[in-house]
Write a protein that binds this ligand. Structure first.
Ligand code: FAD
Ligand code: SF4
Length: 502
């Protein structure tokens, strides 16, 4: 039984991050391991609260109090087993999840700091590797049914692993040259070193999952061919259609790019360096895109913007501004607006924000300013107010508030507009809805029989924890569709939304 007084004896503590001057000289992760003593102490803060709201905060329904107590008592093998019972990839969520479970921790209700759930999770995940590696599960007798998974992000990989473990023959098709979706070339190494992705892929391969990289479904192989070769298809193609701002004067100038162009180029350089190959950060057409010595302006306030910030510092930017349309959020939960246990609107500072740069809130770009040669030299911004009227966002510039910020590299990190319009959609006979996503019926099938959808492609740009949860649930639905024996776990249904007051 957990220690009901642990939180009274210990304050919340996280391991110190690597020092900024050291870590911006490399691409390694910013957090060192916590160490057993600290993590056991922190797991002890989890009390026996009776109704663990953290379960509802986590879309995977991770059994958080169970594994906290197993860590507290030093029962690491059982903790590894308990965590993997609900989460295929805790090494990803333990590093990258914003931890809605912590916002729902009952300690927060009494004005205490929540348990460091995510840190305990990553320590358990890493213990699994340290204590003998990610051993493949025994392969069951083949069912004789086969499934194509399109897209190798966390949704596709979670589904593939669940289906392979149920005895189905699974092939994952990925158009990129390497597997992992956004985990591979979207998210930088200082947040997730790619060895974690490679370790997990090796486990999936050993469990029988087949991978075909460099294959764009809809182009290199048609939907018809895929349907002929497989009994069911799961679409997990992500939501990679970057939002743009074509109406802003100067958008076509050189030096103004989508954030993903910058991140993918930088990640490819790091990947090449890991293989001992020199590489330049370039766009697919060879145009250089590197922040070294440049004044960088990042437009947007989310994960993508913070990742661009960390990359810009490591590339040696001369200076970085990060612009946000919205006012600076409060430091603490506003209980009227976002009562516990919902996810609060508060100022979120990522490790990248410790590394430098200036955050500017409540401003909007009025123009990308030309240096006279077709290259951006500045952004002209104005202070703004933002209101919602009939569900529409109205942005009003304050007269006389305009000013210029020097910029020779501008990165648009203003969100995503759903899954990309691509040949695969028409070939399978599925359409994007008004949000650019693909709707699923309650059994995760699209409008096309035997064609399922999961992850960002269904939910819109979201989180890794949701992608894994949807991948697991879609796998359960596919298993039922194929007439598989028993049932697989389905942590969410397609209509499930995050905990919210409104
Ligand atoms: C820069 C950035 C940082 C992020 N940071 C975080 C974070 O810190 N924490 C967090 O929880 N979430 C984060 N996210 C969100 C998270 O990465 C996504 O929610 C998650 O990866 C979605 O998983 P998915 O499997 O649905 O799709 P994706 O990871 O997008 O994978 C989709 C895959 O499908 C492939 N594909 C598409 N079309 C085809 C086709 N026709 N044929 C073959 N393959 C195809 C794509 O190449 C891609 O590999 C971040 C997102 C971005 C952009
Ligand atoms: S996956 Fe995310 S929400 Fe779930 S327990 Fe881990 S950190 Fe919390």
């Amino acid at each position: 039984m957990p220690d009901p007084n642990g939180f009274l004896r210990y304050d919340r503590r996280l391991p110190a991050r690597r020092p900024v001057p050291v870590r911006i000289m490399d691409w390694r992760e910013v957090y060192p391991p916590a160490g057993e003593e600290l993590i056991r102490e922190q797991a002890t803060r989890c009390m026996d609260c009776g109704i663990p709201f953290c379960h509802d905060g986590c879309p995977l329904g991770n059994r958080i109090p169970d594994w906290n107590d197993l860590v507290r008592t030093g029962n690491w093998d059982a903790a590894v087993e308990s965590l993997h019972a609900t989460n295929n990839f805790p090494e990803f969520t333990g590093r990258l999840c914003p931890a809605p479970c912590e916002a729902a921790c009952v300690l927060g209700l009494g004005g205490q700091q929540p348990v460091t759930i995510k840190q305990v999770e990553v320590e358990i995940a890493d213990a699994a590797v340290a204590r003998g590696g990610l051993r493949p599960q025994p392969v069951p007798a083949p069912t004789g049914r086969s499934v194509a998974v399109v897209g190798s992000g966390p949704a596709g990989l979670a589904a593939a692993q669940q289906l392979a473990r149920a005895g189905h023959a699974v092939t994952v098709y990925e158009r990129d040259d390497a597997l992992g979706g956004l985990l591979r070339y979207g998210i930088p190494d200082f947040k997730l070193e790619k060895r974690h992705v490679d370790q997990r892929l090796a486990q999936l391969a050993a469990e029988g999952v087949r991978f075909r990289t460099g294959v764009e479904v809809g182009v290199d192989v048609t939907a018809e061919q895929l349907r002929a070769e497989h009994d069911a298809v799961l679409l997990a193609c992500g939501a990679l259609q970057g939002r743009d701002t074509p109406e802003t004067p100067g958008r076509a100038l050189r030096g103004v790019h989508q954030a993903m162009a910058h991140l993918v180029a930088a990640n490819r350089v790091v990947a090449a360096a890991g293989e001992g190959k020199p590489a330049l950060a370039t766009l697919p057409d060879g145009t250089p895109i590197d922040a070294a010595g440049r004044h960088v302006v990042i437009i947007g306030g989310g994960d993508t913007a913070a990742d661009c910030l960390g990359v810009a510092h490591r590339q040696g930017a001369a200076g970085v501004h990060q612009l946000d349309l919205y006012p600076e959020p409060p430091a603490d939960r506003d209980a009227e607006r976002d009562p516990w246990p919902t996810w609060p609107w508060v100022l979120r500072s990522y490790p990248a924000h410790e590394e430098g740069g200036e955050r500017v809130f409540a401003v909007a770009v009025q123009e990308f300013v030309d240096d006279g040669t077709g290259q951006v030299r500045a952004v002209r911004i104005a202070e703004v107010t933002v209101e919602k009227v009939d569900g529409r966002r109205i942005v009003t510039a304050l007269p006389g508030s305009e000013r210029e910020i020097p910029a020779d590299l501008v990165l648009l990190a203003i969100g995503f507009e759903g899954t990309e319009e691509q040949p695969l959609l028409g070939q399978f006979g599925v359409a994007r809805n008004g949000r650019g996503a693909v709707d699923a019926r309650p059994d995760w099938q699209t409008g096309a029989d035997g064609v399922f959808v999961a992850g960002d492609m269904h939910r819109g740009a979201s989180l890794i924890v949701w992608a894994i949860a949807e991948g697991r649930a879609a796998a359960a639905a596919i298993h039922a569709y194929l007439g598989g024996a028993g049932t697989l776990p389905a942590p969410v249904d397609p209509a499930r939304q995050p905990l919210a007051a409104r």
